[in-house]
Ligand binder design. Sequence first.
Ligand code: IMP
Ligand code: ZN
Length: 350
Amino acid sequence: MEEFCRALPKIELHAHINGSISACTMEKIVQNKDDLSGVDMKKLNKWITSVKKGEKKNLNETFEMFPILHQLVTDTDTVSMVTYDVIKEFAEENVHYLELRSTPRDVTSTGMTKQSYVEAVLKGIEKAIKEDLNIIVRFLLSVDRSRGVDVAMETIELAKQFNSKSNGIVIGIDLSGNPNLGDMAAFVPLLRDAKKSGLKLALHIAERTDRTDESGLLLSVPPDRIGHGTYIHPEAGGRQDLVDITQQFNIPIEACLTSNILGQTVSSFDKHHFKYWYDKKHPCIICTDDKGLMLTSVSREYNIVANTFNFTKQQLYNISFKSIDSIFESDNVKDKLRHQWTILKTELGL
Ligand code: IMP
Ligand code: ZN
């Protein structure tokens, strides 16, 4: 099944660029970096060793790791390099459509601005396009919920600006960041405005069990896709009206199994909410979240789903094929991908 999951054509819709940096690319950054004094490499290496051993973390421990990755990626050349590497790695495991997301960042010491950060990501994407890696790449700008409304507004403005000048590469907004922080009531008008201007919205929702009111608020926007959605349904501590609104607007769920197990928001794979929504025939996409930090891949996530729920190869193919419906692209692109999938299906012996 492992081999089949790798050969299967796939879609990845929930991948944070810095969380997706592989150990190999990290090593490359370390070798190239003149000054590593500001990087807590000890903590990063300790994390990798402990994840390899299968040790679980909690959500706070996971969030402690992001500033360390950000200490590594401080200039535009590195941003372009990691973007390209992440795309290449997804392409190598037969991901043919990828939506990356990342938080624009300023770094005074290197002169990187939020604007040049976005340009650097686009440069990495352009390099991959030129190399014809057989992958379509789109980019969502991440609004970090912990950084307040003014920064959110700035990021949304940047997304609007790049949406009209990036040849359709910048297509929307992701709302992410530490779910313990930020008052989402203040963000809702901004998100509605972003949607009105034509940007697509993928919002991290219900990552914490005690935030049902906040989930209701964010679902009311409504978003075009839900990141995680771990505690939406009553069986997980959510509410029926949250399930109703998710179904009513048919909002796809980006399911990131390993990430939720490692972050201890789900106790075991068989209890993952992917199955709850799958059984309801609600659109669910298998995603990685932070493949570098979680030491996973989309193929591995498909394999986990297959092993946990006893799915056949045909069922896995159907999940992947159905994911095409949830991409932030035109019907034309969707049809092209469906055609590509149908051809590859025969090669897979299905
Ligand atoms: P970046 O935006 O490319 O720098 O990727 C790392 C960032 O993604 C983190 O600092 C978080 O803001 C966000 N992120 C990654 N994983 C998660 C998650 O599971 N929940 C919420 N935010 C996340
Ligand atoms: Zn995420």
